[in-house]
Design a protein around this ligand. Structure first.
Ligand code: ADP
Length: 260
């Protein structure tokens, strides 16, 4: 029950008592639970058929290429790209369910941070011809954390930088060590984010509205998942941005193994 109230006074100014309201939030909690359950079940059910369709498209593409039917093969390859998008959206929904139920798994170990960043940049560069991903990587050495989950955050930030800079060609990925923390920043020169929306971009399902942003596809989950991962790894995530000039998303993680 959420209670609030205010003192009431008679016309002569003497205290008459309190009027208060107690709002029962059981229904809201049930609705939230139903929403979380629905997202969990729906995304789980979507995953199986999409995985199966994807396997068939890959076989089909190989068969068509073997027969020399390149036009048909390239159509299948485009279908495969869209299936990747669908797989990633379903993956985000599954991650949100795991976060909401405290079941997001972490497998922390030591890994070479810059090496991993370089591998990811190489893969991400293949997804865009319009943008050049520039590395500005200062020596970082080994970092303790979940390599895949941290990679997921970097991929999210770079994918957003590409998506929200439709006309700009360059994206810079900076890494460095400062005060026993490894920092990674993704700087783009795209559409930017209004100051009044900066505080909300890490919220679940939040998308900046009323600007160009809404013309780009998305569920508003990538940054929420990223901030949950970074928080669980004991780090911080933040953004600076200017409309029309671009955005810089950064995170900092402690480099030391907490058990040592
Ligand atoms: P999505 O991109 O799927 O909408 P995100 O959680 O990744 O979801 O981002 C939330 C919102 O923050 C986006 O909808 C967009 O409005 C804004 N945003 C994120 N990254 C950028 C960026 N690099 N430049 C401009 N706006 C961004």
């Amino acid at each position: 029950c959420i209670a609030n109230g205010s003192p009431q006074y008679r016309t002569d100014g003497t205290f008459a008592g309190y009027i208060g309201a107690c709002v029962d939030i059981t229904v809201q909690k049930q609705l939230q639970q139903q929403k979380d359950d629905f997202i969990g079940i729906a995304s789980h059910e979507l995953k199986t058929p999409v995985t199966s369709v994807k396997a068939y498209t890959q076989v089909l593409e190989r068969m068509l290429l073997k027969k020399g039917e390149t036009v048909e093969a390239s159509m299948i390859s485009r279908m495969d790209l869209q299936l990747n998008r669908l797989t990633s959206l379903i993956g985000d929904l599954l991650d949100v369910t795991k976060i909401n139920t405290g079941k997001l798994q972490f497998n922390d170990r030591e890994f070479d941070f810059n090496e991993h960043v370089k591998e990811l940049i190489e893969d991400l560069q293949r997804t865009t011809e319009k943008h050049t991903l520039i590395e500005d990587l200062k020596p970082t050495g080994m970092v303790y954390g979940d390599k895949e989950r941290i990679g997921q955050v970097i991929t999210n930030l770079v994918t957003n930088a590409i998506k929200y800079s439709p006309n700009a060609g360059k994206i810079i990925i900076h890494s460095a060590i400062e005060n026993n923390e490894v920092t990674l920043c993704v700087q783009d020169f795209g559409i930017g984010i209004p100051q009044e929306n900066l505080g909300q971009v890490f919220e679940q399902f939040y998308r900046v509205s009323g600007t160009m942003q809404h013309t780009f596809p998305g569920l508003g989950l990538g940054l929420y998942i990223s901030s949950e991962i970074i928080k669980r790894e004991g780090g911080r995530i933040w953004v600076t941005s200017k409309v029309g000039e671009g955005s810089t998303f950064c995170f900092a993680l402690p480099i030391a193994n907490p058990d040592r």
